[in-house]
Design a protein around this ligand. Structure first.
Ligand SMILES: [Zn+2]
Length: 130
């Protein structure tokens, strides 16, 4: 089960990074360094098309989540809460049961449809109608 382990490792790395940023952002010096690093984070899709991709705002949302500003995180990207929950699930002992349930009920496919529908309605159409 090599792919499963890599998903868990990826999730663990993301969650560890989130915890480090969450703790670090409480310290003013570290906060200024973190914000300077995130100034260089950009979205190639958004740069080329002018339309934010479904993942745009995720970095700012995770930064907001690291300070428990959930409402702000949802405003940046509503799926940040969901992604955070999924990442958290991956590093728990129940990750295998959740994975089986998700596959049984095609949750990933349904989520993909929800994300793409949200993206078209809230991001693509408003950009195209400008
Ligand atoms: Zn993007």
């Amino acid at each position: 089960m090599q792919p499963k382990r890599s998903v868990q490792t990826f999730s663990a790395v993301i969650m560890s990074g989130w915890i480090v940023v969450g703790i670090g952002i409480q310290i003013n010096f570290v906060k200024s360094v973190i914000l300077r690093i995130f100034e260089f984070v950009f979205c190639p899709f958004h740069e080329i098309t002018g339309i934010p991709c479904p993942g745009c705002g995720m970095t700012r949302a995770f930064l907001a989540l690291s300070q428990f500003r959930i409402k702000e995180a949802i405003q940046y990207n509503p799926f940040s809460i969901l992604l955070f929950g999924l990442l958290l699930c991956q590093i728990t002992p129940w990750s295998k049961k959740v994975e089986i349930l998700f596959r049984k009920y095609s949750v990933y496919e349904i989520l993909l449809g929800v994300v793409l529908t949200w993206w078209v309605i809230w991001r693509v159409i408003p950009c195209l109608s400008r």
